[in-house]
Design a protein around this ligand. Structure first.
Ligand code: NAP
Ligand code: MG
Length: 401
């Protein structure tokens, strides 16, 4: 069999712990035997981040801006305990935060569905992808506790020094206050990422806020989306046969529950935080949740939504075998390979990504899976360790190709 060729490299970001172990196995067993994989490698393992004073994280994001497609392994975000464990020079920042800031991106999360692991909501037949705006609002707020009565005002001083005041409340007794903000530039970037991702995955885009109550703040989100859609995306959406749909968040929640799935749900920061946890849990397992960071200029970074699975790694270090689920990490690779194939016009590469995903799903639907899924599976399931599961996938992949 001839090996599948690539033209442009994928930016490969290696990571930590159990996912780092799986990363190498996935490459060795499911990718390298079938294709001439081209990657530009950045080792984001904590030790190397420390050695480079975290420069490698910045360089990997810059390479993503240059090449357009990256695949990332889960990484440790250091806390005090990790600083000690790895003898770190500093408590380095979250790599995902650093990369997101450089790419100015939005994270889209979608579950991988297999027959036998049913969503809690019976009518969900297709994945629901949640897009969370990750800037401002509650997460960059200023709060105040008023211990007694008084007047609370919103005061804005413009660059010329002119003040505008609005009364929030004349407090008759003790109370609490909160100031939040967002920027046109961040909301616009977010909207671009959502429209682009909808086009790139050919899914309808839903957006919801509480604009009827928040007539300036939330309404402004709605206006920015609407204006951008009319000006830049409407034609492309119509051509792709997909729709953009705005509705009030309460209405959206009700519709999501009654839907079949198969769309992107864009949400403000807090709404996205809460709803993404609900959607992920309702679909089954964190180990089956994929994640892609999309920049407003159309760069893509694929990863698994879960972390480095530390508990399994410590068992692995003791020489025990683990049944760690590699599915989300495999789908990060297939996402990146397919996107690279699309951008470079390589149909064989796109087909390979499709075949690998199908091999994963076929393997699970034949009853072979890791322990976490076997516990959820509604049929006769054999729980395999990670190596045997990967070998079973490789067998199905070989047959499919
Ligand atoms: P985690 O790695 O997601 O694991 C939490 C638990 O979920 C595991 O102990 C395991 O449960 C289960 N699990 C997660 N992924 C699994 C998989 N693929 N297969 C089987 N079970 C899986 O979260 P964490 O333990 O809170 O965080 C560990 C490290 O990951 C931290 O250092 C954190 O900073 C980092 N992290 C990185 C990212 C990222 O890079 N995107 C995201 C989140 C966390 P059982 O032990 O019960 O089997
Ligand atoms: Mg949350």
């Amino acid at each position: 069999m001839e090996k599948i060729q690539m033209t442009t490299p994928i930016v490969e970001m290696d990571g930590d712990e159990m996912t780092r172990i799986l990363w190498q196995k996935i490459k060795d067993q499911l990718i390298l035997p079938f294709g001439d994989l081209k990657t530009e490698n950045y080792d984001l393992g904590l030790k190397h981040r420390d050695e480079t004073n975290d420069r490698v994280t910045v360089e990997s994001a810059e390479a993503t801006l240059k090449y357009g497609v990256a695949v990332k392994c889960a990484t440790i975000t250091p806390n005090a305990q990790r600083v000690e464990e790895y003898h770190l020079k500093e408590m380095w920042k979250s790599p995902n935060g650093t990369i997101r800031a450089i790419l100015d991106g939005t994270v889209f999360r979608s579950p991988v569905l297999v027959k036998g692991v049913s969503p809690c909501v019976r009518n969900w037949k297709k994945p629901i992808c949640v897009a969370r705006h990750a800037y401002g609002d509650l997460y960059k707020n200023t709060e105040y506790r008023a211990e007694g009565p008084g007047k609370a005002e919103l005061c804005f001083t413009d660059s010329q020094g002119k003040e505008t005041r609005k009364t929030i409340m004349e407090l008759k007794g003790p109370g609490i206050l909160q100031g939040i903000h967002n920027t046109d530039s961040s909301i616009t970037s977010y909207a671009h990422s959502c429209f682009r991702y909808a086009l790139s995955t050919k899914q309808d885009l839903w957006f919801s806020t509480k604009d009827t109550i928040s007539k300036t703040y939330d309404h402004h989100f709605k206006d920015i989306f609407a204006e951008l859609y009319e000006k830049e995306y409407k034609e492309a959406f119509e051509k792709a046969g997909i729709t953009y749909f705005y509705t009030l968040i309460d209405d959206a929640v009700a519709r999501v529950i009654r839907s079949e799935g198969g769309f992107i749900w864009a949400l403000k920061n807090y709404d996205g935080d809460v709803m993404s946890d609900m959607i992920a849990t309702a679909f089954g397992s964190l180990a089956m949740m994929t994640s892609v960071l999309v920049s407003p200029n159309g760069q893509y970074e694929y990863e698994a939504a879960h972390g480095t699975v530390t508990r399994h790694y410590y068992r692995y270090l003791k020489g025990e075998e683990t049944s760690t689920n590699p599915v989300a990490t495999i789908f990060a690779w297939t996402g990146a390979l397919r996107k690279r194939g699309e951008l470079d016009g390589l149909t064989d590469l796109q087909r390979f990504a499709d075949c690998l995903e199908k091999a994963v799903i076929d393997t699970i639907e034949s009853g072979l899976m890791t322990k976490d899924l076997a516990l959820l599976y509604e049929g006769e399931a054999t729980a395999l360790n990670s190596d045997d599961f990967l070998a079973a996938i490789a067998g199905n992949l070989r047959a499919a190709l």
